[in-house]
Design a protein around this ligand. Sequence first.
Ligand code: 5RP
Length: 234
Amino acid sequence: MTGNKKAIQEMKRKAAKEALKFVKDRMVLGIGSGSTVREFIKLLGTSDFDTQEIVCIPSSLDTENMLIENNMVVGTLNQYPVIDLTVDGADRVDKDLNVIKGGGGALLREKIIAAAAKDLVIIVDESKMVDELGGSFPIPVEVIPHAKEFVKKKLLALQGEPELRIASDKLGPTVTDNGNVILDTDFKIISNPTIFEGILNNIPGVMENGLFPNYIVSRVIVATEKEIKVKEKT
Ligand code: 5RP
């Protein structure tokens, strides 16, 4: 690991550690996906909590595997449709706590466990923070394969630049845990994330998009090399 990668990894661990403060005994926890969440799972698994009394609802097969490896109790959203707290990472966070997620392709289930939770805590290192979401990171749009070209046209009409996500260890597109494909779509300007989230989801064939407007976010924990900032919605 290079020095910079090591520093980022350490920031991810620190943000994950801070998130443990929001966990309480016997909670139903939604667990996001990605490398920052992996740190959270490891810390939770070795914490003083009675982890056999905490039920974790995973947002991806990857997270489910991690939870099992760390001896956590895994439940389904159908068993526990109300989640006390969801903890998840992010690809970008703006100054108003609007978020882009889905770099790991788990956005659909991540959005569901975020919406089902009483509280959503986002954990990031400082490299994810931006002033504006527009132009900072493409919005992943999960689409049923049948509608791929139709949705592409609609995204182009919205001034987006859609690109089919290609798998790195298989031929062809990345296929999500739900059997769909992803159009990573760069938008130079996102003036109102809440309205824009709805516009994208209204395109027939779109299952979900990776814009998580701040109405869904309770707080964001940002780790820098020197400190931890807990940003609350104002
Ligand atoms: C997966 C996600 C992740 O939370 C996001 O990509 C951040 O990942 P990492 O913690 O590895 O930087 O949205 O779909």
